[in-house]
Write a protein that binds this ligand. Structure first.
Ligand SMILES: Cc1cc2nc3c(=O)[nH]c(=O)nc-3n(C[C@H](O)[C@H](O)[C@H](O)COP(=O)(O)OP(=O)(O)OC[C@H]3O[C@@H](n4cnc5c(N)ncnc54)[C@H](O)[C@@H]3O)c2cc1C
Length: 327
């Protein structure tokens, strides 16, 4: 079976991110998945990766991955594409994953598809990628015609499923790859790292449930009700740009065209009008619930469930009901 390279996303201490398991699930539809692991930690992750179908793990431990931004990873992938001639390369459609995909496309003369929400194998076995456009009104299916298909897949778009059956002998076997970044890939050095403030909530782009608040919350103080609702659901918190521009919540939580793209099972939009730039970051959420006092608000056009009402009256009742349901 054709080999499919999957670029692993993992934390600095080697924890496999959920999107990597989703990519492996997608890769199994196309051929034999091989994970590309940058930095230390491949051995510790091997069992988890094999559980989701990784037949090999290419591990490159160079310090270049932690000293420089994405260019070394794109170079490593280009090296593996030349050596292994895979039938496709999958990355996560995160900011980093998309940039790596773009750089790899240039290096290998290949076509790149980003923000992909579904993958199937076409009649010729080549990947057919699905992307959502215009608020999810039109879904486009595309194939890559040049080079090695490079496909960046959104988090939460494909459900991660463990591979069934006994893993083959040697499944997930770690193969060390020697790699040293070129001078050209060392153009942007990482000068400092600051640990993100721990909120105790799930990562916004990986969360199964996201509760986002908009200008309707009225103030930084008013926005706290969004955190309360999120905490009652075990959800991540998101914000519209209006909230971020007003300094009520940090930019890292902005959802939309100039913020994060999320695709959770449940997206709750509270006091958000639903501007096209906001929708661009959340329109592929599985179920959308909107709470807005204006029944004409555009968010209701894409909402599966809508509550017309004052959020300061609706949300506390919702939190109460969630508490009761939890017992
Ligand atoms: C280039 C560009 C990029 C952009 N990128 C982004 C982006 O990444 N993300 C993003 O979000 N926006 C982005 N925007 C901005 C976008 O166009 C909107 O201005 C923004 O999304 C509006 O945020 P909002 O819905 O919170 O505010 P508003 O549009 O002001 O909506 C507030 C809503 O709250 C409701 N409301 C008010 N009070 C209450 C209450 N008490 N109870 C219930 N409902 C209430 C109102 O009815 C209204 O619908 C971008 C714009 C441009 C031009």
């Amino acid at each position: 079976m054709a080999e499919v390279l999957v670029l692993a996303e993992h934390t600095a201490d080697g924890e496999v991110k959920k999107v990597t398991l989703e990519l492996l699930t997608a890769a199994r539809r196309l051929g034999s998945p091989s994970v590309v692991w940058t930095g230390p930690g491949a051995a510790g992750a091997q069992a988890r990766l094999a559980e989701y179908g990784a037949e090999k793990v290419y591990s490159a431990e160079s310090d270049d991955f932690t000293s420089y931004v994405v260019a070394p990873t794109a170079e490593l992938l280009a090296q593996l594409v030349a050596d292994k001639a895979p039938s496709a390369v999958l990355t996560a459609s995160t900011a980093e994953g998309r940039e790596i995909a773009g750089r790899l496309g240039v290096k290998t003369g290949s076509g790149v598809l980003t923000d992909v929400i579904g993958i199937t194998a076409g009649d010729d076995g080549a990947p057919v990628a699905e992307q959502a456009n215009f608020g999810g009104a039109i879904n486009v299916h595309s194939t890559v015609r040049a080079g090695t298909p490079i496909i960046a897949v959104r988090s939460n778009a494909i459900a991660a499923e463990p591979a069934t059956g006994e893993p083959a002998t040697g499944a997930g076997a770690v193969e060390t790859v020697s790699f040293a970044a070129s001078d050209a890939a060392k153009g942007a050095r990482i000068s400092e790292r600051a640990a993100a403030e721990k909120t105790g909530r799930p990562d916004l782009t990986e969360a199964q449930i996201v509760v986002s608040g908009g200008r309707g919350t009225g103030s930084a103080e008013g926005f706290k009700i969004i955190e309360d609702l999120a905490d009652s659901l075990g959800a991540a918190v998101g914000a519209s740009r209006a909230v971020v521009d007003a300094d009520w919540y940090p930019h890292q939580f902005q959802v939309g065209q100039t913020g994060k793209t999320v695709s959770p099972q449940l997206y709750v939009a509270v006091g958000i009008s639903g501007a096209i730039q906001h929708r661009a970051g959340m329109q592929t959420s599985k179920t959308i619930v909107a709470i807005n006092k204006d029944q004409e608000a555009p968010i209701f056009e894409i909402a599966d469930y809508g509550v017309v009402g004052d959020l300061f009256a609706v949300v506390p009742q919702l939190i109460d009901e969630i508490g009761k349901a939890k017992g």
